[in-house]
Design a protein around this ligand. Structure first.
Ligand SMILES: [Zn+2]
Length: 167
């Protein structure tokens, strides 16, 4: 069959929910209070058609990986480890969080996800999930994926998209 178009596969939001707490800092000294979202992720893989299976990537595998990545941060307080303003320090079974040099929260360690990002915006969460998915795909030797596009929504109609080209 002659083919001129491009294929992609998507796994969308209803399946990929994580309910997490966070706060973000803004430019200047503004910083939100702690609050939560029912985040929803959606991912699209662009790539070559696997000409044995006639698909870009196996949905079952993609859903399983994405479900696990969402579960890893579900029901946790999301904290940024690469922030200039938010300092996160593990101390035994607790995590101390200071903002702009002032102590602000103490959380049980087991209730926190310490993330290598500068702010827990949906943009940074989308990039983080993309990087983690890419690592999973690399580990399993997935071939032919040309781009990953990740959307993370924190409220209905309010989301960010990160797209990583792989070729
Ligand atoms: Zn928020």
């Amino acid at each position: 069959m002659q083919r001129q178009g491009e294929f992609s596969v998507s796994v969308t939001k209803d399946y990929l929910v994580f309910a997490s707490a966070h706060f973000i800092t803004f430019a200047g000294h503004r910083c939100e209070g702690l609050h939560g979202h029912n985040y929803r992720a959606s991912v699209t893989l662009e790539g070559d058609l696997n000409e044995e299976a006639w698909f870009v990537f196996d949905f079952v595998v993609l859903k399983k990986i994405m479900r696990r990545l969402c579960d890893d941060i579900d029901h946790l307080v999301l904290l940024p480890l690469a922030s200039d303003r938010v300092k996160v320090a593990e101390d035994g079974e607790v995590v101390n969080v200071a903002v702009d040099g002032k102590p602000r929260y103490v959380f049980p360690r087991r209730d926190c996800a310490l993330l290598p990002i500068p702010n827990t915006t949906v943009e940074m969460l989308a990039q983080l999930l993309t990087d983690r998915l890419r690592a999973e795909l690399d580990t399993m030797g997935a071939r032919g994926i040309t781009a990953i596009e990740m959307e993370v929504e924190e409220n209905f109609g309010q989301s960010a998209v990160y797209r990583l080209g792989l070729r």
